[in-house]
Design a protein around this ligand. Structure first.
Ligand code: HEC
Ligand code: HEC
Length: 236
């Protein structure tokens, strides 16, 4: 199992190896909970300048702050292990998602990922799919990863695609926003908000197929996208 899902995340072996490195080489300064240095909480993913896993690797290998954070010569598996342990929230049994570079992730979002054809961020993009402006606040890295790699598993009932046919034979396909006994509100494929009285409908079908296909992007690209999505925390 651990091997199977390890493409987008670190293995539990790696996390456990990292916990040993941490105890031996880092805990002295950062403390058992990773929170003894002002403004840094390693367990909770709060750093000074770092955000991606590459940043972490660089800080650990090169040091920072004029050597107050020393440089370490770790073997590659120790280095990725200690990053995995940090990403797992210091829980050796935890899940550690790879987090890539937000700037590259944004480029994928705007470019080959084509995400804005369906999604909207801070007023830019389409309304067909959920607004992602504050997705970094409301979803964890592992849920974001699943949204991209196995969308059916995270599909929210309210986000399901529906197909409606009215008495006047108009077909409306869209995303359900709200529903009560007598009416249903959808964003249709022209991005219009429509409110329909159920008595006026001749057919109402709910689809369980997500509009999202599991992503065909490479693992590093998924990591970069997650890095970018985590920076989306609503309008500042
Ligand atoms: C001798 C004390 C010391 C040890 C040992 C140490 N650190 Fe640090 N570390 C620091 C200090 C001090 C800072 C804050 C540097 C600054 O002011 O930017 C820091 C910062 C960091 C940061 C945040 C960097 C950033 O710019 O965002 C990370 C991540 C980190 N350390 C990881 C580790 C890991 C992993 C280890 C063990 C391999 C480790 N540290 C060992 C003292 C230490
Ligand atoms: C064809 C339209 C479409 C495209 C293109 C698309 N998405 Fe989505 N996405 C959706 C729909 C619809 C949902 C909500 C239903 C679902 O979860 O499948 C969704 C859900 C999501 C969610 C979960 C939202 C939540 O509230 O948890 C994330 C994250 C996401 N998409 C990210 C992306 C990223 C990143 C890209 C580009 C790589 C992308 N999407 C491309 C249609 C799309």
């Amino acid at each position: 199992m651990a091997q199977e899902i390890s493409d987008h995340q670190y293995t539990s072996e790696s996390i456990q190896a990292g916990s040993r490195v941490y105890v031996q080489q880092c805990a002295l300064c950062h403390g058992p909970q990773g929170d003894t240095i002002d403004g840094i909480n390693l367990r909770q993913g709060q750093f000074r300048t770092a955000s991606s896993d590459e940043d972490l690797a660089r800080v650990i290998s090169e040091g920072a702050a004029g050597g107050r954070m020393p440089s370490f010569e770790l073997r590659p598996e120790e280095l990725s292990g200690v990053i995995a342990f940090i990403r797992a929230g210091f829980d050796p049994e935890g899940v550690a998602i790879r987090i890539g570079d937000p700037a590259r992730g944004k480029a994928i979002y705007d470019g080959k990922g084509d995400c804005a054809t369906c999604h909207r961020i801070n007023g830019v993009g389409s309304r067909i799919a959920p607004d992602l402006s504050d997705i970094g606040l409301i979803r964890t890295p592992s849920v974001l990863q699943t949204s991209l790699t196995n969308p059916i598993a995270t599909l929210q009932p309210i986000n399901r695609q529906i197909r409606l046919v009215t008495r006047t034979e108009e077909v409306i396909i869209g995303r359900r926003l709200n529903e009560d006994t007598y009416s249903v509100q959808v964003i249709d494929s022209n991005e219009q908000l429509r409110s329909l009285i159920k008595a006026d409908l001749v057919s109402y079908e709910l689809s369980s197929t997500p509009v999202h296909e599991p992503t065909s992007l490479a693992n590093e690209e998924v990591a970069d996208l997650i890095g970018y999505l985590l920076t989306l925390r609503g309008l500042e």
